[in-house]
Structure formats: structure tokens, C-alpha cells
Write a protein of this length. Structure first.
Length: 330
């Protein structure tokens, strides 16, 4: 016999309602006191990389805004998958967070062995910033914009080479997206990072790369490479004279590298809201704006729901590219 059956349903409803209210008060109080101990922000890339620098900036400013200790821990390997898998397995209490960039979705979309699910294992906290890549070409390439590049690729299928930071990354998939939209064939050559690919492009071993604007800007300025377009739908303030993909005639291509904060799925909503509020304040700080300008990214404040929709759409789009190009990446 169920011992609760002897109680009137109305009384049971009152008891359960009171328990829920008390739990809500306790959760709110806990969130208000957050963080009560050091918070770990896992960066799944090596110290010194762009994502690492962003993680350290975010950790410092969150500590200042929330009055706690936020520390960066680098867990490197498998194009970010090692650190991402680690965070997915941590307690959902707000004390282990993940600083993500574009590989969070591109690797999950392209590598069956990624070992994590961006939608089912992670709760969005907040977008931080985003910015386009730039299409760069060897200075001797007889193409000065994207239309001329596509025309050249159609005239000489398989002759042009493109260096990326590795298979399955955004630098690789943006090439596959271009090929799928234009019906062209450009040979992909994966490197261990954009830097060696860039050096080979300058030397003429490959003709094309995409990379972040800060990484390629010195070579663009000194004329060793030429910028054909930025990968986004609008121009970048860091390269005001370089057209966007939409201006170049390819409105269906809009690719940005993003930085965002994620938490293990199940992290209390009140904790996420507290973190999100701090992120939205963080990106509006004058000193952060200066840093973003140097990094050629723009602040991207918003709610956890907005970030969640972005991650879902980005993952779906890259999966479509992988499928349409029949890519097999191990």
C-alpha cells in the first residue's frame, strides 16, 4: 500500500508545491553565491593559441565581474576533442566550463570519432565574439578576387592547391563549402596548423589558404599574399577594403570563427544566467573592445538560447557540407 494514499490530494499538492518552492529558493541562493570555489575554464587547445588567449581574457574578466577565481586549464589533442570530451564528463555544477571555437561544431560534424555531442552533452552559456576568416592567395596567382579564383578553378580543375590547418577543421570545410557552391575542384592539402600552410603558400607550394585576419594580415600588408575576400556575409572592419562573400557573388557562404562558453548539460539554469549576464557585461568593457579590435573579432552578446540556436544551425550546416561532398575523415 502506498502510505501517501491516505493523504488528501490537495494536501499532497501543497506539500509538493512547498518542497519545490524551497528547492527553488535554495537554487537561487546558491546561484547568487556562485562562485564559491575556483571555476575551471577548459581550453581544448595549446597555450598561446588564439582560443587560449581568448580563454585567459574571459577568465580574468569573469573573475573581476563575479568576484571569484576563474582559471584556464589546457587539455590538448584531437583537434579539441580531448578537452571537450573531458568537460562533457564533469559534474554539471558550473565549476567546469568549456571555451569553444569553430572546431567545436566542425569536428563534431566531420569526425565520427569526435566522441562528443554538442547538442546533447552541453548547455550553452553565452557567445563572446566572432569574426571571419580571410581567403588569401599566393601573390603570383592570376586571380585577384573570388570570381576570378572560381573562374580559374573551373578552367583548370585539380590544378589549384589549398592548404588547411587540418582535415575537419573550419579551414578545411570552408573550402569544401566553396567547392560545393561553385562546382569546382581544388585540391585540399592538410597541414598541422595554418602557419606551415601559410609559409608554403608564400613559397608557392600551395596557392590558397584561409586563416584568421591577425594571422595573415602582416603578409597581406607587405604584399607577400593577397586577400581575395573575407568568408563572411559582410566586410570586416579589420580589412575594410576586402569584399565579403556576398559582395563577391556568393551570398550562400557566410562562415565565422566564434568564441563561446559552454557548460555540461544539466548545469543549473540560475548559474548559467549568472554567467551569461557577466559575459554580456564583459564584452562591453572598453579594454575588451580594444582587445577584440586587435583580434579582428566583434562582440557577440546574447542569451544562452541565442547561442544554442547558433550551435545547432552551425552543426547542421557543416554536416550538410560533409554529406554533400561525400567526405570521409578519420
Amino acid at each position: 500500500m502506498n502510505p501517501l494514499s491516505a493523504f488528501p490530494k490537495a494536501m499532497l499538492a501543497c506539500v509538493f508545491g512547498l518542497l519545490q518552492a524551497l528547492a527553488g529558493v535554495a537554487t537561487a541562493q546558491s546561484a547568487a553565491a556562485y562562485p564559491e570555489r575556483p571555476v575551471k575554464i577548459v581550453v581544448p587547445f595549446a597555450p598561446g593559441a588564439g582560443t587560449d588567449a581568448m580563454g585567459r581574457l574571459v577568465a580574468q574578466k569573469l573573475g573581476e565581474l563575479l568576484g571569484g577565481s576563474f582559471v584556464v586549464e589546457n587539455r590538448v589533442g584531437a583537434s579539441g576533442a580531448i578537452g571537450t570530451q573531458y568537460v562533457a564528463q564533469q559534474p554539471a555544477d558550473g565549476y567546469t566550463l568549456l571555451l569553444v571555437a569553430s572546431p567545436f561544431t566542425t569536428v563534431a560534424a566531420s569526425l565520427p570519432s569526435a566522441g562528443y555531442d554538442p547538442l546533447r552533452q552541453f548547455a550553452p552559456v553565452g557567445m563572446i565574439a566572432s569574426g571571419p576568416l580571410v581567403w588569401a592567395a599566393n601573390s603570383s596567382l592570376p586571380a585577384n578576387n573570388m570570381r576570378e579564383l572560381v573562374a580559374l578553378a573551373r578552367q583548370k580543375p585539380g590544378v589549384l592547391n589549398y592548404g588547411s590547418a587540418g582535415s575537419g577543421g573550419v579551414n578545411h570545410l570552408v573550402l569544401e563549402l566553396l567547392k560545393s557552391k561553385t562546382g569546382t575542384f581544388i585540391v585540399h592539402i592538410p597541414y598541422r596548423g595554418v602557419a606551415p600552410a601559410t609559409m608554403d603558400m608564400i613559397a608557392g607550394q600551395v596557392q590558397l589558404v584561409t586563416g584568421t585576419i591577425p594571422a595573415l594580415l602582416p603578409f597581406i600588408k607587405d604584399g607577400r599574399v593577397k586577400a581575395l575576400a573575407v568568408t563572411s556575409a559582410k566586410r570586416s572592419p579589420a580589412l575594410p577594403d576586402v569584399p565579403s562573400m556576398a559582395e563577391s557573388g556568393y551570398a550562400g557562404i557566410d562562415v565565422v570563427n566564434y568564441f563561446a562558453l559552454m557548460a555540461p548539460m544539466g548545469t543549473p539554469a540560475a548559474v548559467i544566467e549568472r554567467l551569461n549576464g557577466a559575459i554580456n557585461k564583459l564584452v562591453a568593457l572598453p579594454e575588451v573592445a580594444v582587445r577584440f579590435k586587435q583580434d579582428a573579432v566583434e562582440a557577440a552578446p546574447g542569451s544562452p538560447a541565442v547561442l544554442g540556436h547558433f550551435i545547432e544551425a552551425d552543426l547542421r550546416a557543416w554536416r550538410n557540407v560533409v554529406k554533400s561532398q561525400n567526405l570521409t575523415i578519420e
